[in-house]
Ligand binder design. Structure first.
Ligand SMILES: NC(=O)c1ccc[n+]([C@@H]2O[C@H](COP(=O)([O-])OP(=O)(O)OC[C@H]3O[C@@H](n4cnc5c(N)ncnc54)[C@H](OP(=O)(O)O)[C@@H]3O)[C@@H](O)[C@H]2O)c1
Length: 244
């Protein structure tokens, strides 16, 4: 799909991986609606970075744990853009809680933000894209959605849900809208992770290193720009972590 001059909504795009995805799409001439929750200043900075690339951009705030805010975000992004061509569901939380200390609140917080919000956004925006006759949705999953690791049970379940949501949406929205997922491995560990923890992750990864947010962003860009015969698919950008 030709990206130049068209609009993408990227959730969680103020910082980290979402920001790099927004910059990658802008590098191809896409205008970007930068969604944020708490990082208003960082979102404004990302908007300025995007504008320097010569595209249009705006920052839209919403707490994705709240259905009314998700619906408002979808409507606002559709209106401001005049119709989105691309939706990238990147925002998520990453709540570490040992199994014996899990609570229903942790489950709800993980599933509401990481799975329900991407569903609601795709449901609203995807049907509008379908009516317009084209569009791309890319959901950020995780290799742990296939092979869960300890202490993050609700997070891993939310990402397994994203992989299934991607397939189910791809069927419902075909043939007009393509829906795919990117499942990163370790590309940008949580801030504060120690050097020895990073080294242990690299040792457990067949490519023997951590990836970068750019690795993920290039895959997202490939999916919306070039992957004209892919839908319902999950693309692993994990250095082989899943098969290790
Ligand atoms: N980083 C990795 O190595 C890695 C590995 C595997 C999968 N992934 C997946 O790739 C995606 C991007 O990763 P990341 O590391 O950039 O994620 P992240 O830093 O953990 O979170 C991205 C953004 O999500 C937003 N967010 C969290 N809770 C929210 C809520 N209730 N409402 C609205 N926004 C909320 C935050 O926005 P504000 O800052 O504005 O509050 C945050 O900046 C995520 O889906 C993640 O699960 C990442």
């Amino acid at each position: 799909m030709e990206l130049r001059g068209r609009w993408a909504l990227v959730t969680g795009a103020a910082r980290r991986v979402g920001r790099v995805i927004a910059l990658e799409l802008a590098g191809r001439g896409m205008n970007v609606a930068v969604h944020y929750h708490t990082s208003a200043e960082a979102a404004a900075a990302t908007v300025r970075e995007l504008e320097v690339l010569g595209v249009r951009a705006c920052a839209l705030g919403a707490d994705l744990a709240r259905t009314a805010e998700v619906q408002r975000l979808a409507a606002e992004a559709e209106t401001r853009s005049g119709g989105l061509a691309v939706l990238v569901n990147s925002a998520a939380n990453y709540l570490r809680v040992p199994f014996e200390r899990l609570t229903e609140a942790v489950w709800d917080a993980s599933l509401d933000t990481n799975l329900k919000a991407p569903f609601l956004l795709a449901w609203h925006v995807g049907r509008a894209m379908q009516k317009r006759g084209s569009g791309h949705i890319v959901n950020l999953a995780d290799w742990a959605g296939e092979r869960p690791y300890p202490d993050y049970l609700p997070y891993c379940v939310s990402k397994a849900g994203i992989i299934c949501l991607t397939k189910a949406l791809a069927k419902e929205l075909a043939p007009e809208v393509q829906v795919n997922a990117v499942a990163p491995g370790p590309v940008m560990p949580p801030e504060g992770m120690s050097v020895s923890e990073r080294e242990a992750i690299a040792r457990a990864t067949p490519l023997r290193r951590l990836g970068t947010p750019e690795d993920v962003a290039r895959c997202v860009r490939f999916l919306v720009e070039e992957a004209s015969f892919s839908t319902g698919a999950t693309f692993y950008v994990d250095g082989g972590r899943l098969i290790a």
